[in-house]
Ligand binder design. Sequence first.
Ligand code: NAI
Length: 429
Amino acid sequence: MEICIIGAGYVGLTTTAVLAEFGHTVYCIEVNEKKINDLKRGKVPIYEPQLEELLQKNKEKISFTTDIGESINKCSVIFVTVGTPSREDGSTDLTYLYSAFDEISLWLTEFKTIIIKSTVPPGTNKSMSEYLAEKGISVSLFNIVSNPEFLKEGSAIYDMFHPDKTVIGLGNDDKVSEAILRKIYHRLDAPFIVTNWNGAEMIKYASNAFLATKISFINEIARVCEEYDADVMEVANGLGTDPRIGALFLQAGIGYGGSCFPKDLQSLNYSASVKSVHTPILEAVQLINRTQIDSYIKKLGEHLSLLKGKKITVLGVAFKPLTDDIRHSPAIDLITRLHTLGVDVHVFDPKAHLPLDKRHFATQHKTLKSSYLDSEAIVIATDWPEFRRMDWKHVKASLKGILILDGRNCVDKNVVEQHGLVYKGVGRR
Ligand code: NAI
């Protein structure tokens, strides 16, 4: 099939690479000319494992372009993968979605299936269908399908090849679109969950809200564990063996971040509130996350007595390992807080960089070892694999102080302590 993808971000590029690997011809459209020019030269503007290789492997089947008209004319299927960020009030900013639909509307002269992969609030697929109709476009020229994406940054390619389900939200029991989606994804071995537009939109929000709930729940349990000399990792282990609970997403830490959970929880909260539905669970989940860093600042303060002027190393800038994505990263919140307290902050991340407006908050190092030289303490903010297996002998010899604050509970406490360092984790005994 000939497929057009609008938006060359994390989701758009992953979809481009995977659909090309499935044998489709893909036209990937992006407004950002620099991104497109880089992509045309084989330079991938984001870091995602295997992405560059898969795009390279399928380059004969992929065109990167800013010319939406030509691409739409060639394709019967259009995926929309533009960003849907939060507004100040928690509602979702659909500006990019509307701009994509404005452009699509200019080229709708033959029937197209428009697939919204971006995460959008309940009611949006319906609104976009009405929006095209209001522009005078005949409903016989398009079908809209909701097909939310569940990939995880850091394993996006793997996740798209091995999803646990494909969710399809249809307008008016639209069997034609269902058949098209099944054809596009013919290589996937996963159940299709077929529902209506709003059902698909809600499945995406409910999934992210539930995952964030698990994180905040275990973080709350960690706070109690610390007061009762219990180890949250043992507690999570015990909890996770119950299949009704499940072992994943029960890792206590400095909180969730990224481009999805924070905005999607706010958006769901907002969608509920405009219909006067109270969501105390969602609110509590966000409150716990917002305050999670406080106790680690407190722990640093207790150990070092005065933070002002002290040199502290923060390991990690990205919101999670194996990505360069820094959107809503708790590591950056921590760096910002330490900078405000007058700490001399030094950072290292294998792939991610501090944003331009925060570069003066910290010294970012090119190597792990230089980042902690003469520091009073190391705080692990992102659990990159290289931080788990650090050379602790070298760390002990290089540090001025002895504190390792493991904000992700990712290093072996006993090994750290064997090297004469003090280990503090999240909810650890
Ligand atoms: P992103 O911000 O990385 O990429 C969006 C891209 O769309 C940008 O490159 C932007 O320049 C481009 N764009 C905006 N308007 C355009 C237009 N009119 N025409 C062409 N290109 C346009 O966003 P990301 O992370 O890929 O997310 C996209 C959507 O997928 C969001 O709704 C997000 O919530 C959802 N999602 C993201 C996941 C993730 O892990 N990043 C996972 C699952 C869903």
